[in-house]
Every structure is written in structure tokens, then in C-alpha cells.
Design a protein around this ligand. Structure first.
Ligand code: ADP
Length: 370
């Protein structure tokens, strides 16, 4: 176990003495500083590095939760253990919500408990930091990949078209077929890169607010116009209410659902109907129903997992990421997505979002960045 530097914030001299005594001979505690007020703690905190902060809730002139907030503004992953009086569960809950690593009742202190809680808090925050770093690295990797692969793909596409144009009438049927295949392969690689780009976008920082679903779905339909025309599909959209959301991401969701409804269909005229399934003050559930091939009962949950595809690529093209992106986006909207299906008859996707009334809804959730 590594040695840790601890900052203890408490205005009671007796309590500070107790902590000192308990931690003096504790294994793994190398250094201890104390502060008797929130301001003193913040001053110390900006000057020195601490591995863990023990923070009393009852501080003169302010409360521990406010100091906790300011400490975490400064260093978001600092392990802070809130020290509470007996029976103050509400304080503990508030502290944990803001980002305290743990809390400890002053009534049950012992050397063993104190060191265990400190070490656990340090481990927890170290792990959180590692996970975040990994996540950020993955995001950057994905963005670089998407960007760097797009450029050579565009060149490959132009060159294959130039070859076809240059060879013109001299082109044998065999070479022409090869070039068509090359074009199709480049096309599907472009599609995959677009999907990966959407996946990366679903992770990015966006702001949420009043969003017109009418407009979102209209754009999704417009973007799918080629596919709709090629398959002779019918897409019916009922009037939809506004919701709390981020329009470009929701557009991506409905685009994926419409495309799947058309793609996974053997009907002469694939049909997708988009309607309000349920709505109250709190939530709005939108249904996207198709008359396609359906999904076996046992696979309904699997299809939202990355790279899950129920059919071979030769039969139905795709990356298996579309619904994963939908789920990611909808989760970020604090909503839900699920589906019901009857094989051979069709599938119903349900998208649950937070309701919001236009235009002057006073009780709407505050705008949030995700
Ligand atoms: P992709 O469409 O790229 O294959 P998705 O993540 O969008 O990937 O969907 C995962 C799988 O779920 C699809 O490959 C398909 O087998 C099944 N699926 C999705 N939507 C439908 C649908 N509307 N009807 C039937 N099967 C579907």
C-alpha cells in the first residue's frame, strides 16, 4: 500500500485530536494536515496535493457540502470522505450525489474503520480516473480513425471512377464488373466510417433543450429519401410533440430506426409508421412500427449490443452498430428504447423521452450539458 497525504477539515479541536490519534499509527498514512474552516481547507488544498480529504459537514459560516463542491470543482477526482453527525443520512446522500467518495458517521469512528474508508475512497477515485482516461483515449482514437480513413477512401473512390471513365469503351465486361465491385466495396467502407463517426458523435458533449420531434423526424425522413425511393417504401408520420432533447442526435436515432424498418423487410412496399404511443407530463413514448421480417423473441435484447447482427452481410448489409448508437443516445437523454416483434409480421420500436411543452413551459427540466 502506498503512503497517503490526508487533509482533515473540522472546526472541533477535540475531533481533530481524535483523528490525529486514530491515524497517527495507521498503516499507509504518511502525512496529515488539518484545517479548522472551509476557507483554510481551500487555501491548503490549492497549495498542496492531498490523496484524500476528510471533511466535516458542520463548519462555521458554511457547510461541508458547499466546501465539497468547491474542492471537486478544483479537482474532480479528489477522494473526499464526508464526516457526518449521527442520523444525518440526508447530508450523506447529498454529499454522495455531488461526488463524495464516501461518508462516515462521527459516532462510529475507529482506527480500523477510518483507514478502511480512506483507502477505499482513494481506490475508488483512482479507478474512476483511470476509466475516464481510457474512455477519453478511446474517443480520440475513434475520431482520428474516422478522419484519417475518410480521406484515402475519398481518393480511392475518385480513382476508381476515373479508371472507369478513362477506359470508357475499351472496358471489358469483366473489368467493368470488377470496377463496380470496387465501387460497392468503397461505398460500404464509407458507410462503416459514417457509422463510426455517428458513434463518436453520440459520445460527444451536446446541450439538451426543447426539441421539436416533428422537425427531427421530418429531417430523418428527408435524409432517408434515396432508400425510401429505391425500395418503394411508405413512411407515415403522425403529428409528434416536442420533447427534451438534442435534435441532431435524435435525428440519428429515427434515421436508424426508419432505415432498419425498410432494410429488414421483404414486403413489396415496406411500411414504417411513426406515432405517439403514450404521453403524459413526465414522458413521451414514440413508436416506430414496420411490416418487416421481425425479430425472434430471444434476440430482442441482444440487438442493442454492439456488432450484433442476426443475418449475414450478403443478405442484409450493416455494421451492427445502429441500435447501439440509438441506445447510447437515448440513455444520454435519460430515456429508454426497447422493442416488440412478431416474426414475419413486423417490429415495433419504442423510444421513451422526457416530455416538454412548447413554448413557455415553466416546469421544464433545466437545460443540461451531457
Ligand atoms: P445493422 O442494421 O447495421 O445490422 P443495427 O444495430 O441497427 O445494425 O441492428 C442490429 C440487428 O437487429 C440487425 O442486424 C437486424 O438483425 C436486427 N434488426 C434491427 N432492426 C430491425 C427491424 N426493424 N426488423 C428486423 N430486424 C431488425
Amino acid at each position: 500500500m502506498e503512503s497517503s497525504a490526508i487533509l482533515i477539515v473540522d472546526d472541533s479541536h477535540d475531533d481533530l485530536d481524535t483523528y490525529r490519534r486514530l491515524l497517527a499509527a495507521a498503516p499507509g498514512i504518511a502525512h496529515m494536515e488539518t484545517a479548522e474552516s472551509g476557507q483554510e481547507a481551500l487555501d491548503l488544498f490549492t497549495k498542496q496535493e492531498f490523496d484524500c480529504v476528510l471533511l466535516d459537514y458542520n463548519l462555521p459560516g458554511t457547510n461541508g457540502v458547499e466546501i465539497l463542491r468547491r474542492i471537486l470543482d478544483e479537482k474532480p477526482h479528489c477522494p473526499v470522505v464526508m464526516l457526518t453527525g449521527g442520523g444525518s443520512e440526508e447530508v450523506a446522500v447529498a454529499a454522495m450525489k455531488i461526488g463524495a467518495a464516501d461518508y462516515l458517521s462521527k459516532d462510529t469512528l475507529s482506527r480500523e474503520l477510518l483507514t478502511r474508508v480512506i483507502n477505499r475512497a482513494i481506490e475508488k477515485k483512482t479507478l474512476e480516473r483511470k476509466l475516464l482516461t481510457q474512455h477519453e483515449e478511446q474517443e480520440v482514437f475513434l475520431r482520428v480513425l474516422v478522419h484519417d480513413v475518410r480521406v484515402p477512401l475519398r481518393h480511392a473512390s475518385i480513382i476508381s471512377q476515373m479508371l472507369k471513365d478513362d477506359l470508357g469503351p475499351d472496358l471489358s465486361n469483366e473489368v467493368s464488373a470488377h470496377l463496380d465491385k470496387l465501387g460497392a466495396t468503397i461505398g460500404s467502407m464509407k458507410g462503416l466510417i459514417d457509422t463510426l463517426n455517428n458513434y463518436a458523435l453520440a459520445e460527444g458533449e451536446v446541450s439538451f433543450g426543447l426539441t421539436s420531434l416533428d422537425r427531427v423526424v421530418e429531417k430523418s425522413v428527408t435524409t432517408s429519401a434515396n432508400m425510401i425511393q429505391e425500395r418503394g417504401a411508405i413512411v407515415n408520420v403522425s403529428p409528434l410533440p416536442p420533447v427534451y432533447g438534442h435534435a441532431p442526435q435524435l435525428q440519428q436515432v429515427f434515421q436508424n430506426l426508419i432505415a432498419n424498418g425498410i432494410k429488414f423487410s421483404e414486403a413489396a412496399a415496406p411500411q414504417v409508421d411513426i406515432t405517439v404511443h403514450d404521453r403524459n407530463d413526465a414522458h413521451t413514448i414514440i413508436e416506430v412500427r414496420d411490416n418487416g421480417i421481425g425479430i425472434p423473441e430471444g434476440k430482442l435484447a441482444d440487438i442493442f449490443e454492439p456488432f450484433t447482427r442476426l443475418w449475414s452481410r450478403d443478405r442484409y448489409a450493416g455494421s451492427g452498430l445502429g441500435l447501439t448508437i440509438c441506445r447510447k443516445v437515448i440513455r444520454r437523454h435519460k430515456g429508454a428504447i426497447w422493442c416488440q416483434s412478431v416474426e414475419g409480421k413486423g417490429t415495433r420500436f419504442f423510444v421513451k423521452l422526457m416530455s416538454m411543452d412548447a413554448p413557455e413551459d415553466r416546469d421544464a427540466p433545466a437545460s443540461q450539458t451531457g
